[in-house]
Design a protein around this ligand. Sequence first.
Ligand code: AMP
Ligand code: MG
Length: 492
Amino acid sequence: MTVHFPFQNSYAALPANFFARVAPTPVAAPRLIKLNRRLAVQLGLDPDLLETPEGAEILSGKSLPIGADPIAMAYAGHQFGHFVPQLGDGRAILLGEVIDKDGVRRDIQLKGSGPTPFSRRGDGRAALGPVLREYVVSEAMAALGIPTTRSLAAVVTGEHVMRETALPGAVLTRVASSHIRVGTFQYFAARGDTDAVRRLADHVIIRHYPALSGTDRPYQGLLASVIARQADLVARWLLIGFIHGVMNTDNTSISGETIDYGPCAFMDHYDPAQVFSSIDEFGRYAYANQPRIALWNLTRLAECLLPLFSDDKDKAVEQAQETLVDFGEKFNLAYRAGLRAKIGLFTEREDDHALAQALLDAMAKGQADFTLTFRRLSNAAGDPALDQEVRKLFAEPEGFDEWVARWRQRLGEEPQSAEERQAAMRAVNPAFIPRNHRVEAVIKAAMEGDDYAPFEELLIVLSKPYRDQPAFADYELPPQPHERVCQTFCGT
Ligand code: AMP
Ligand code: MG
């Protein structure tokens, strides 16, 4: 038996300037370290066959499965606010697309599979650490219910990659509903190629927003749809304490999935100004800046689409602006509704946001752990004696004391039972997130001892983030001072 991928490639059928045809570069000694068996089944692939040596060869790019049409996609992008007219897949190769069990078209891409015409000075490779980080964090995001690219497999290559030192090389198989980015539109817009922008927009509409086909103004609808997805996505990031780290326009997906996990991290203690990425000197991509940056990125998308809106430039700009205004409204709605749910409110009152914000302010002042505060608050919703467990998380608990009295009074005005409220809160406030010190420990064990047991265990814990798992209770805890990781690094 050979591994069969039921490829149906649509992107590779677009005009030749959308990509470069290039095959992965074979590696010395591929060894599968992880296969996401459930995801494989969802994609219509045979997990047993993928776990054979032939599977490892395919998942490392050493051999090509039948039906693959490998390409590196062209895109541009604003990196930290500066426009780069050509980026493209410099270390990733799209093997093709499959239709999954739910009828959704999914890209299967190898990341770290060797140089492409877009590699510039890069080697086209990935190191093991960032591959494990992306695997863990993207799968955790999926389990948390946040739109994201997925990880199908991680393979070590048996080769080293040169970074500051020589590191073990690895390849991640990434699955996305597509890899089309804001930067993909920018690539063609920057070249004044309106036909290509239109072609890309039509492809995206068919693929991601089919309800827009045949409507009066499909391209305005496209912009509005991407805005809606991104507003919802960034609200979810904030509600879960996630910091993407590199929200460049080339890392902003048109489908609304979280994409390109580089120096990303979850917050431990709540600090809206928190930055993790070692290259983010000025805090452009700080936690609380993410909605503003998303809107900035979407404004860049709108600029690309202007020629499709109207031949009258002023009219096109006006339409774009009207649509962009929706971002703030959509984001606020999603974020505020999410916060109300996090503090267990079933109804909506005008001063609820102020109540939620007051808790966040007390958390910031008291350096309280973001995830644990909401999880313990969920438990306390069922038993006021547990308020003490929340209180302990605050370095300055007075703010919490004051807040909790207000909160209890507000809860008393709703008819729901304590059990009902507790269950609802526990369903939105996770116990387990991929805490940075845990991710680092997993990488260290793999790199230093070829030990993947911590990686496997972390994946198990994170696969059920909303359930108590008494055997793994330690995984709920923030780092001890000596375990704290304050910076994360790009995979490049
Ligand atoms: P990223 O930081 O992953 O968003 O990548 C930004 C750009 O740099 C993209 O065009 C990547 O393809 C490219 N790039 C990143 N790392 C490498 C590498 N090791 N080799 C070649 N290109 C790379
Ligand atoms: Mg990127």
